[in-house]
Ligand binder design. Structure first.
Ligand SMILES: Cc1ncc(COP(=O)(O)O)c(C=O)c1O
Length: 287
């Protein structure tokens, strides 16, 4: 487990952050999660571009250029040495005074961690996830825009905590209008009447890189694809539902609120899984 911080790569357990960092005090910052597979960093430049968009959306200047950041990620991945791993880049507003005003923070901090991450145990992945509908709603864009991958994940944390306490694997978050957005750390897809459907980002979904990859690989599923609003009913009526994310990969959903989804046959995710794995190898940056 390695970390890049201020031009130095060291053991991730030894990295330190100030208790006056506004990332810690207020969740003021942005982050990225990137899959390393087959010794390659998957769609590295697209992840850095999304990080830059998140940072711009909250008025935070990245302390490194995209090229320097890519070099830091690759150097940390090389130091870590594992062909299957996960990259976490985080940029905080930096050290400031004890007040929410970010003006007192003069220098953003950037950490790049390379470690392993497995979002669900193998057995759960094989069986399919048991999801519940969260009692927490996804915030609207004028509250805390879910398109910004910010360090403020309390909404996600509380939904995940509720799901785990109730014995589920994860939770589906609806928005205030009752539209499905995503789960706590991944996007959602449903196969509905022979169409592969995923909710639009405007409903409160992160513009996931894995989601985008599934959309690019959709020919493998043999199905047309639509990005449109769906409700809880659509998930319950779907033939297949699955998650996509850098941490999760592609994972089938077995049930929602204990109602079984589909017949148990999962041909669409099976064909997409193969196409996604191939895409990941051919679109990764070797280190
Ligand atoms: C809330 C949320 N939605 C969706 C995703 C999936 O995005 P990506 O495929 O870019 O990892 C993530 C991160 O993995 C996430 O944290």
């Amino acid at each position: 487990m390695k970390v890049w911080h201020r031009n130095h790569i060291g053991d991730a357990r030894e990295a330190r952050v100030s208790i006056f960092d506004h990332g810690l005090l207020y969740g003021d910052g942005v982050f990225e999660g990137i899959r390393i597979t087959g010794g390659r960093v998957f769609r590295l430049h697209d992840h850095i571009a999304r990080l830059a968009r998140s940072a711009r959306a909250i008025g935070l200047e990245l302390p490194l250029t995209p090229d320097a950041l890519a070099a830091a990620v690759l150097a940390t991945a090389r130091a870590n040495g594992e062909a299957e791993a996960y990259v976490r880049i985080l940029v905080t507003r930096g050290v400031g005074e004890l007040g929410v005003d970010p003006a007192s923070c003069k220098e953003p901090e950037l950490f790049c961690i390379v470690a392993s991450l497995r979002m669900f145990p193998d057995e759960v992945r094989r069986q399919g996830l048991r999801l519940m509908t969260s009692s927490w709603r996804r915030p609207a864009a004028d509250v805390l825009d879910p398109q910004v991958k910010s360090l403020n994940y309390l909404n996600n944390v509380l939904a995940k905590r509720e799901a785990r306490l109730k014995g589920f694997d994860d939770a589906v978050l609806l928005n205030a209008a009752g539209h499905v957005t995503e789960v706590t750390g991944a996007n959602l897809f449903a196969v509905l009447d022979g169409v592969l459907v995923t909710p639009p980002t405007i409903d409160g979904a992160l513009p996931g890189i894995t989601r985008d990859t599934v959309l690019r690989c959709r020919a493998a599923s043999g199905l047309p694809c639509e990005v449109r609003s769906i409700g809880r009913y659509d998930l319950l009526a779907a033939d297949e539902v699955f998650l996509s994310g850098s941490g999760a990969g592609l994972v089938s959903v077995a049930s929602l609120d204990d109602a079984v989804i589909g017949t148990g046959a999962r041909p669409v995710i099976a064909s997409l899984q193969a196409a996604y794995t191939e895409y990941a190898i051919s679109h990764g940056v070797p280190f």
